[in-house]
Design a protein around this ligand. Structure first.
Ligand SMILES: C[S@@+](CC[C@H](N)C(=O)[O-])C[C@H]1O[C@@H](n2cnc3c(N)ncnc32)[C@H](O)[C@@H]1O
Length: 388
């Protein structure tokens, strides 16, 4: 009996130790800043009961494409904070105050920061809408020529309200519109005197398959690409890098579709709170095909969708990773306690630049001056440096 008591006590001791170790691991994995949340955080005046881990970033994994050379971007979180210090007041002067259906604050900042950091000789954008992103590119690089490709010229929006038309921008729009993949880039580059195409930055916000865009960019010889929308697996209206790279070999990648899994439980707990959160049934569909959007490669604002097999899904990542020097996702600018955003689920994103509890930094940067709606559009903007 005494001996068995000792064994029990020893077991209890080991159990307690394990619990403590797990707790410590949890503390290390998710900094305090992102675990703090305001219980009274409410939406539409209704107080919502949050699962205890609601604001924990990345707990369902953050799919990421692998660099074939193990390279990373050369800017740091500190550089991003410095950038924010400058950008908030620039953003406050934007010509299109309410850019509904276009970019919000997070991606405007990401685009501005990267264009400014990379200092290209020419910038190309595909998908201009009213011209907000053209304006952002112009703020980053005041003298750099821009080529803007969009079926409808931003000028046409000016008749109805705010829009931006740039003086140093060549528009492939209206009658001159050509898809990025149909433009004779050799001729255009000659016209701009561009000898080295790695000095060109290409920005896509046109809701076309990003796999196709990467292949077209390679054909044209471009190496620096930014994708505005980079929808998570199971969501969105076109095929995105994140969906391609959501693979079992990536942390948090691949999905079992089991309704009796940790993932299924966490997903269903989060679904009611974060607008874009999917439960396991929505992710997998009836055919247990979780890749892309329920086994489909969506394209062109969801007008052309094609079913792909799991083998094709794996082939796609093999191709992408074979041409990737760098893949970098812009983190959300600030935690949801500060921004009050309710759309993207932090469980599938990296840690924000301004942590949830850092109200001091949020205010210091002037982010509190912005209308909360501008933080609603975050969809994991991605930067790619191709090496081929
Ligand atoms: C989400 S909006 C772009 C928003 C814009 N970048 C901004 O910052 O406000 C998508 C735009 O892509 C345009 N578009 C559609 N098909 C396109 C294509 N094949 N090539 C380029 N743009 C396209 C649409 O007309 C629309 O203006």
């Amino acid at each position: 009996m005494v001996a068995s008591h000792r064994v029990e006590r020893a077991r209890a001791g080991v159990g307690f130790g394990l619990l403590l170790a797990l707790l410590l691991l949890g503390l290390l994995a998710f900094p305090l800043a992102d675990r703090l949340w305001t219980p009274s955080f409410s939406s539409s005046s209704r107080i919502v009961e949050l699962p205890a881990n609601s604001f924990e970033f990345g707990i369902l994994g953050v799919p990421s494409c692998r660099s074939k050379i193990g390279a990373a971007v050369d800017w740091s979180r500190g550089d991003l904070v410095q950038g924010l210090k400058e950008f908030v007041s620039i953003y406050e002067r934007r010509p299109i105050p309410n850019n509904l259906y276009g970019m919000g604050f997070d991606h405007s900042f990401g685009l501005w920061f990267m264009a400014h950091w990379l200092q290209p000789q020419l910038m190309i954008e595909s998908g201009a809408f009213k011209g907000h992103s053209t304006w952002v590119l112009r703020q980053a690089m005041p003298n750099c020529p821009i080529i803007s490709i969009s079926p409808r010229h931003p000028q046409r929006y000016l008749q109805k309200g705010p829009a931006y038309v740039d003086k140093n921008c060549e528009y492939f729009a209206d009658k001159k519109f050509l898809d990025f993949g149909s433009i004779q880039w050799d001729k255009v580059m000659d016209g701009y005197g561009i000898k080295d195409r790695s000095k060109v930055l290409v920005f896509f916000d046109d809701h076309q398959s990003e796999l196709r865009r990467v292949k077209q960019a390679i054909k044209a010889g471009f190496k620096h690409l930014i994708f505005e929308d980079n929808y998570d697996t199971g969501t969105g209206d076109h095929f995105c890098l994140r969906q391609i790279c959501d693979q079992f070999h990536i942390e948090g990648g691949g999905h079992s579709c089991s309704e009796d899994s940790y993932e299924a439980r966490v997903r269903s707990a989060r679904k009611g709170f974060w607008e874009k959160a999917l439960d396991i049934k929505e992710l997998c569909g009836s055919n247990i095909m979780w890749w892309g959007v329920q086994g489909e490669m969506r394209d062109n604002f969801s007008h052309n969708n094609t079913a792909i097999s799991y083998a094709t899904h794996v082939e796609n990542v093999q191709f992408l990773e074979s041409v990737l020097d760098i893949y970098w996702e812009l983190p959300p600018v600030a935690g949801p306690t500060l921004t009050h955003q309710r759309r993207f689920d932090p469980a599938r994103t990296s840690h924000p630049i301004v942590a949830n509890s850092d109200n001091h930094l949020f205010m210091q940067l002037g982010l509190d001056r912005l209308n909360k709606s501008v933080f609603n559009g975050y969809t994991q903007m991605a930067y790619l440096r191709l090496g081929y």
